[in-house]
Design a protein around this ligand. Sequence first.
Ligand SMILES: Cc1cc2nc3c(=O)[nH]c(=O)nc-3n(C[C@H](O)[C@H](O)[C@H](O)COP(=O)(O)OP(=O)(O)OC[C@H]3O[C@@H](n4cnc5c(N)ncnc54)[C@H](O)[C@@H]3O)c2cc1C
Length: 299
Amino acid sequence: MYDIIVVGAGPAGISAGIYGVSRGKKVLILEKDEVGGLIGKVSTVTHYAGIIPGETGVTFAQRMKQQALGAGVEIRRETVERVQMQGDVKAVVTSQGQYECKKLILANGSTGRKLGIPGEKELAGKGMGMNAAKHGNLYAGKHVYVVGGADGAVKEALYLASVAKTVTIIHFEPQLGCIAEFREKVKKTPNLRLMLNARLHAVRGTEQVEQLDIRSELDGSVTTIDDVGCGIFVYAGTVPNTQLYTELELQDGYIPVNAWMETQIPGVYAVGDIRVKQVRQVATAVADGAIAAVHACIG
Ligand SMILES: Cc1cc2nc3c(=O)[nH]c(=O)nc-3n(C[C@H](O)[C@H](O)[C@H](O)COP(=O)(O)OP(=O)(O)OC[C@H]3O[C@@H](n4cnc5c(N)ncnc54)[C@H](O)[C@@H]3O)c2cc1C
């Protein structure tokens, strides 16, 4: 029996784990993938206080993992498949077993949104991807397209511009939706161009991307671009990983909580990107994790 089980080892879950063990509790974090979550897959971590110069997602994730393990948090690589949240003892069923705990912290974040366009599935991993930090180097000297115009998309586009021959941001709105800092950097990056009021409509190819169809948001016209061997990186927002939590009432797919990060079920908390909130950043994720764990230890 664990005092606390945390689902997900992104910044929110790791923070919850560190705060939980610091108060003498037995804490298990269940993570289906690498420790680090979304931020572990980005080219550069920006704006979080205390990051080292040139901090990459990989280095940031490594340090989070070391800190948690060093503090005595148990982390197991298992996918959570089912949870039973009611009652004083909660049950968590994973790909490998079943665990029980007194308090449950849901920190399993969100997943990159798929575009749902023809060719996306067939060409996944053959030119269409989402991890610029991991796959960007494969496109050295080639053309790259980034779908999305918010902070994450533009930041990854700026990184890709340091590797690729050209980078084109495809964004459906008339202007980028990113912060001023990134907009200024875009202006100063000569091999980065913008394709605004435009959506990626279809992708064609067999072993690699060969053609892209771009649909104009202004007049609906579709333009075909021949670009054999190009890379397409999709950063078109994320969707919350709340499918497992059928016992909870959701708001637009996200979990509502109070100021202590408590859900409507006693002893169950939700932290980080998975909860209803205004700002989804590392800073707010780790704050949520700390608040939930402190409350779980006293409550
Ligand atoms: C492209 C991009 C760039 C960004 N750059 C920055 C930045 O520079 N600075 C910043 O502050 N923020 C940035 N963000 C936002 C930041 O990444 C998120 O706010 C933060 O990662 C949220 O942390 P989290 O712990 O809530 O969730 P996540 O990071 O999503 O972690 C959730 C974890 O849960 C795991 N999981 C999911 N389902 C299960 C399951 N069933 N069983 C077990 N484990 C599961 C996942 O594998 C994942 O590891 C960026 C986001 C994106 C998309």
